[in-house]
Ligand binder design. Structure first.
Ligand SMILES: Cc1ncc(COP(=O)(O)O)c(C=O)c1O
Length: 306
């Protein structure tokens, strides 16, 4: 499919969407009531970011998105390079420096009355809005209180968490539980009581100098991967494997990773202060995470010349 001309910089100041093959203001981007993406969560998506005018690890987000498409038998009418251009176009048109950039593919609308997903024409959407944090820096400094929910993440045998998906009812309900208890956010467990992930983030802990995070049953977050690579690079011992809820409660340091904020320190788990906040390894990884944004290998600058 041919791409429309990239809009001029700032022409949709504050945010821009791409829907049905056109760049449009955010308020004009619409999804059909009959799209299975809406009625059945039959969709995949990815969220990348720009920081100071450049995408961070965009190729990793594209790899993950194309893998998710393939896993769900979804197709978009764009090549990888065309998709990259669309995402650049949304950020450029939105006039954004620090942006949250989403790409979404839904199953689409099958003919009226049809129940065969093969008959639906898949739809593609993208948008760029100002950067969204899991918790903004002020809240991170004040101290995030993380609730470990008893709710189980939908089993990986049912919905592969490595395929980024909108099966969020477990996560969203755990957020309500957290708010009722006076906590700030939440994470959910697997069938064995091991911590998996939370609404938009992976969970890490540090115990006796070793960094731990779940190996399976979670989305392989691009920021999780960044934290793992940084541990390897900085010589910080790392163990990928089950993280029992009790271990997280007894950790020396706890942190989250997300495209929405990088490496975010946790001050309390279920109201009980974490031994070290912000922990020294958390701080080191967070500093290295942001420093990595300046490395040419991970930067893809958006052309914002008028
Ligand atoms: C369920 C879930 N886990 C983990 C993450 C973190 O992934 P990333 O580091 O790629 O933002 C996300 C991001 O949205 C998520 O939705």
């Amino acid at each position: 499919m041919t791409l429309p001309a990239t809009p001029s910089a700032g022409s949709f100041e504050g945010g821009c969407a791409f829907a049905d093959g056109q760049y449009v203001p955010l308020s004009e981007a619409k999804v059909s009531l009959f799209d299975w993406g809406f009625t059945r969560s039959d969709a995949t998506y990815d969220v990348a970011s720009t920081w100071h005018g450049a995408f961070f690890r965009l190729q990793d987000h594209l790899d993950r998105f194309f893998h998710s498409l393939q896993a769900l038998r979804l197709r978009i009418p764009y090549s990888r390079e065309e998709l990259r251009q669309v995402l650049h176009g949304c950020v450029r048109a939105g006039g954004l420096q620090d942006a949250y950039v989403a790409m979404v593919c839904t199953r689409g609308v099958p003919p009226r009355g049809a129940r065969d997903p093969r008959l639906a024409v898949n739809r593609f959407y993208a948008y760029a809005v100002p950067y969204v944090y899991i918790a903004p820096p002020e809240q991170q400094r004040a101290g995030i209180d993380l609730h470990i929910s008893d709710r189980q993440r939908i089993a990986p045998e049912s919905v592969d968490p490595r395929v980024k998906n909108y099966h969020w009812i477990d996560l969203v309900q755990s957020m309500f539980d957290a708010y009722e208890l006076g906590r700030d956010t939440s994470c959910v467990v697997d069938a064995h009581g091991n911590v998996t992930e939370g609404p938009g983030f992976n969970v890490f802990m540090v115990k006796d100098g070793v960094v731990h995070t779940a190996e399976r049953g979670v989305l392989e977050g691009v920021s999780r991967r960044t934290a793992i690579e940084l541990c390897q690079c900085l010589g910080i011992p790392l163990r990928l494997g089950p993280v029992p809820a009790a271990a997280l409660r007894g950790a020396d340091e706890v942190f989250l990773t997300s495209t929405g904020g990088g490496v975010l320190p946790i001050a309390k788990v279920d109201g009980v202060p974490v031994r070290q906040f912000p922990g020294p390894l958390t701080q080191r990884l967070s500093d290295a995470y942001w420093a990595m944004h300046d490395e040419p290998a991970h930067r893809d600058p958006v052309d914002d010349t008028p």
